[in-house]
Design a protein around this ligand. Structure first.
Ligand SMILES: [Zn+2]
Length: 166
């Protein structure tokens, strides 16, 4: 099973090779441990909601409100390594109400704080911008200046989890 090409689809073959070398030399775990030593303690939906709203209020306070923020065990991380931000459109009388929900994979219930932060930032950016375009990533960097590095390292973390559970 080639976890590297599955989690790093979209990255170049030379990046894949560098990551495979890291794994072959037995260095992936220590790379992650040294960069991301701090585990978060946000392990229930109430704490997750407070955490995500805290980031929202700090950086994008005026964006539309969130109706729901939950850990979701049904999110399959290979298909969607991040979370799922869903828009539920409901017709109420003549008005259409758009409902914002953030679902974060239960995989991140126990994970380094930086990875949960990156996922939260990604999903919050979708509140304002549906597509993965330039302004989407600008929003991500506004909330987490090191967004791109952390997103890449989070993919390595998921690869490492697969190797460890083999
Ligand atoms: Zn996305």
């Amino acid at each position: 099973m080639d976890f590297v090409s599955r989690y790093l689809a979209g990255y170049s073959e030379s990046i894949h090779q560098q990551v495979r070398d890291l794994i072959d030399r037995g260095k992936l775990q220590s790379y992650l441990d040294s960069g991301y030593p701090l585990q978060h303690e946000i392990n229930n939906d109430g704490d997750l909601r407070r955490y995500v709203l805290g980031i929202k209020n700090q950086y994008i306070k005026k964006s539309s409100p969130l109706s729901k923020v939950v850990y979701d065990s049904k999110i399959h991380v290979i298909k969607n390594a991040l979370g799922t931000h869903t828009y539920i459109n409901r017709v109420q009388g003549s008005k259409i109400k758009s409902k914002n929900e953030i679902h974060i994979s239960s995989i991140f219930k126990r994970a380094p704080e930086a990875f949960l932060n990156m996922i939260a930032v990604h999903e919050l950016a979708h509140v304002k911008e549906k597509d993965h375009n330039k302004s989407f990533y600008q929003l991500c960097r506004h909330m987490q200046p090191n967004y791109h590095q952390i997103e890449f390292d989070c993919r390595l973390y998921l690869i490492n989890n697969e190797i460890c559970s083999d």
